[in-house]
Design a protein. Structure first.
Length: 278
């Protein structure tokens, strides 16, 4: 790669021996200078083609090994959010964020103009970075987002088993609701005994034994069994609401009939003059 016009080529050397070329030159502002820019124009350097994995702290530590850096500034472009692999610390998260930062240019204000001259004479600078290695971090991020085939298979099988179990439970619930809402020929809905733990009938219609059973054997000679059987066989009076209404209607009709009969008897007594109330 040819050197851009007006720039000084400086090599950044990593711990593993890899090098990366950057280009530096004294910054010259084309706009009207302010009081601050006028006081720093002779000690401001423009650096371009920086490694994409270096953050501001790494840049400051790297150049402080050669010169004294007062401040660093670069445009704050929006960084896309990245899901980090498990086990990365905060420095590593900030490090990976810079993978998507296209801004590789900085303006550095040095402590003095002599630092600027010293920097422009440098040929190599060792990178002082607290971040993890670029290739290893990218490899770790790649592996974390692509699990092993066996892990994907186990997850899929467990998901399908749970899905089938939920579908079967939903089917049984719908069948149970349909049976509960089924209306008989006389227009009434059958009320079934649920038991202590609710309905326990399976698909074959097998019910859980009630307290009447003792080890699966019924003692028909016991007094308790005869009493419960006699009570069970008795008709259920006033079980339905319409039965209670019919009984009340019959009682009122009987009272009305009795009142009319008593009234007729009183009239007969008056006619035969045998009515003596006192």
């Amino acid at each position: 790669m040819s050197k851009p016009s007006g720039f000084k080529r400086v090599e950044l050397v990593r711990d593993d021996g890899d090098t990366h070329a950057i280009y530096v030159k004294q910054h010259t502002s084309q706009s009207a200078e302010t009081a601050d820019s006028a006081s720093t124009h002779d000690r401001t350097v423009f650096v371009t083609h920086l490694p994409i994995d270096l953050n501001d702290e790494d840049i400051r530590n790297t150049f402080n090994s050669v010169v004294s850096v007062e401040s660093i500034s670069r445009s704050r472009l929006a960084l896309a959010h990245t899901e980090y692999p498990s086990g990365l610390d905060s420095d590593s998260e900030g490090y990976i964020n810079h993978y998507r930062n296209p801004n590789r240019n900085v303006h550095m204000v040095l402590k003095s103009s002599s630092d600027l001259k010293k920097l422009l004479k440098c040929a190599q600078i060792t990178i002082h970075s607290h971040s993890i290695n670029t290739s290893s971090s990218l490899l770790q991020l790649y592996k974390s987002s692509r699990p092993a085939h066996s892990a994907v298979k186990d997850f899929t099988n467990n998901f399908m088993k749970q899905f089938e179990a939920d579908a079967l439970a939903e089917k049984h619930r719908q069948i149970s609701n349909e049976k509960e809402a089924q209306m008989e020929d006389d227009g009434f809905t059958l009320v079934e005994r649920g038991g202590k733990h609710g309905r326990a009938a399976n698909e074959a219609g097998v019910q859980v034994a009630s307290k009447l059973f003792n080890g699966g054997v019924v003692d028909e000679d016991s007094a308790e069994y005869r009493r419960k059987k006699r009570k069970f066989n008795q008709p259920l009076d006033d079980f339905y609401r319409w039965q209670r209404r019919e009984r009340k209607r019959e009682d009122l009709a009987n009272l009305r009939l009795k009142f009319e009969n008593d009234k007729k008897r009183v009239d007969e007594f008056k006619q035969h003059r045998r009515y003596k109330p006192y």
